[in-house]
Design a protein around this ligand. Structure first.
Ligand code: SAM
Length: 224
């Protein structure tokens, strides 16, 4: 994502009631029920960008709590602005690097994780920074509920092949793998488009997706 320095974005985010501020983040683990004021499931998107996906999901599923995580203030600003236009009680934001994810969610506190069009980090020496890498899967394994699911979509075939290759060594199993999400009528029934998905599918790029869980036998229902 091309980042422009947006004047005043840090101040807007620091003043936003939709964002859990950095100084409050250490209090988050074990306290998400209090933060949302209910004990509904918690779904998170890591690397949410401008937040279209998670805002739509929160609107469509008011009985699920959503947390959008984004590293850069200039990008998070767009998601905050969307909330100012249409406030949703079941959506919060964290500005942070996902490397620290186990510091904001306690063990088993998350019911579902979404990774959408994650940055590819094409150089081998940066593989650990890829959000579907085994290093990140180990972090997700801590915060995800025992039977929780992680969904990942991308148009980047190299990144997707890498991500699929990380599953067995990291102890995860694919429930669904498709190399053409938009050609799968069943999976598309529930699909909510992200900003990147709209852009790259319009260019004719096939969208890959997997849904994975920790451990277990291989119950893959591939739709290659
Ligand atoms: N998910 C959105 C979509 O599909 O339209 C945005 C995709 S964009 C390519 C990837 C986003 O992930 C960027 O906004 C980037 O800042 C964010 N990101 C990358 N690495 C991250 C990390 N370690 N922690 C939090 N956010 C991250």
């Amino acid at each position: 994502m091309r980042l422009r320095n947006v004047t005043g974005c840090r101040e807007v985010i620091a003043a936003s009631r939709y964002v859990i501020q950095e100084e409050r983040q250490p209090d988050c683990p074990g306290n998400w029920k209090e933060i949302f004021g209910n004990d509904r499931p918690v779904h998170i998107e890591i690397g949410m960008g401008k937040g279209r996906f998670i805002h739509t999901m929160a609107k469509e599923h008011p009985r699920i709590n959503y947390v959008g995580i984004e590293k850069y203030s200039a990008v998070l600003l767009r998601a905050v602005q969307k909330m100012e236009q249409e406030e949703l009680p079941n959506l919060k934001f964290l500005r942070m690097d996902a490397e620290e994810i186990t510091k904001v969610f306690g063990p088993g506190e998350v019911d579902r994780i979404y990774l959408n069009f994650s940055d590819p980090w094409p150089k081998d020496r940066h593989a650990k920074r890829r959000l579907p890498s085994r290093e990140f899967l180990a972090r997700y394994a801590v915060i995800l509920k025992k039977d929780g699911r992680l969904e990942f979509k991308t148009d980047n075939r190299e990144l997707f092949d890498f991500a699929v290759g990380e599953l067995a060594p990291a102890g995860w199993t694919a429930e669904v793998i498709t190399y053409d999400l938009h050609g799968d009528a069943e999976l598309m029934k529930e699909n909510v488009m992200t900003e990147y998905e709209e852009k790259f599918s319009a260019m004719g790029n096939p969208i890959c997706k997997y849904i994975i869980f920790r451990g277990g036998p291989n119950r893959c229902t591939s739709t290659v």
